[in-house]
Write a protein that binds this ligand. Sequence first.
Ligand code: ADP
Length: 322
Amino acid sequence: MAGSDVLSTALDRVIDPSTGVGLVASGRAAAPRQAGGTVDAMIEVGGLDAVERDAVEQQARAALSAVPGVENVRILLTAERAAGPRLIAVASGKGGVGKSTVAANLAIALMRMGMKVGLVDADIYGPSQPRLLDADVKPEAHDGKLVPVLTKSGVPMLSLGQLVAPGQAVAWRGPMAGKALDQLVDAHWGGAEILIVDMPPGTGDVQLSMIQKHKPAGAVIVSTPQDLALIDAERAIDLFNKAGVPIIGLVENMAGYQCPSCGEISDPFGNGGTEAEAARLGLPFLGRIPLAIDIRKASDAGTPDPAPFAAVAREVAARLNR
Ligand code: ADP
């Protein structure tokens, strides 16, 4: 009969997709038990998707079957570990395209559709969610973890802007910024199913390490219609591709100017550029948000009205559930 350490070593050669180390080392599996030629292994698969679960089960079966003396392998998959919220990164290639505005309104719109949503403001260069959602208060901590602030919109939120003085976070080096961002994500999010993450604009190391570490379920890319903005958006898309994060789709913001008196829409930045770019890259186009004074006023007043973002939110929800 093979010793339990031989079986553990065999099982540990199977890599846990969420941590990148072996199933035993990552705490997903205890030492398998053997009785006669039969081996029983219990693997905790909470937080893994269906494809990853199947792969882990098959690889574990193959690894244990290869141990001399093993004739029959029984694998029990359990999912006790809390799955935790799924992250949706809202990103852009550069600042000023309305990424934070889209993130806040998307969060509120998804909440009004019945989802349990939280909002993480990870924009180290200009954390604007406390102002957008009129919630400039310091979050408390319990058991070493932050407790999100419940904003007037009903969406719980954590922002770097609540933790540091304006401008301070910009001076951080990568590891410090990364640690601060970890605190925002690994917080007491309660029953939140989805965390909308307002990403730092751009495609640097802070962004990449955050994506690699927290593995968003998908990314929403915000761009304005101009060519220059679209070139930057493509860089952001590349970054997510590099990290294996699926692109949920592209949003065109400031897509035409809505006249406040007559409601007519004109196109100071051109129109349709983002949709054409999405088509060129083979990615979903999620919708178009006009450049409207009401959106800017509501943002400045800390009272966002998500109505213009509802169609985009429905597209995001539909693609998430697919
Ligand atoms: P980013 O997060 O990309 O830097 P913000 O969301 O902070 O951009 O938006 C930049 C400015 O543009 C803000 O003043 C915001 O109110 C305004 N803004 C964003 N989207 C729109 C829009 N669709 N119509 C009008 N103003 C907008």
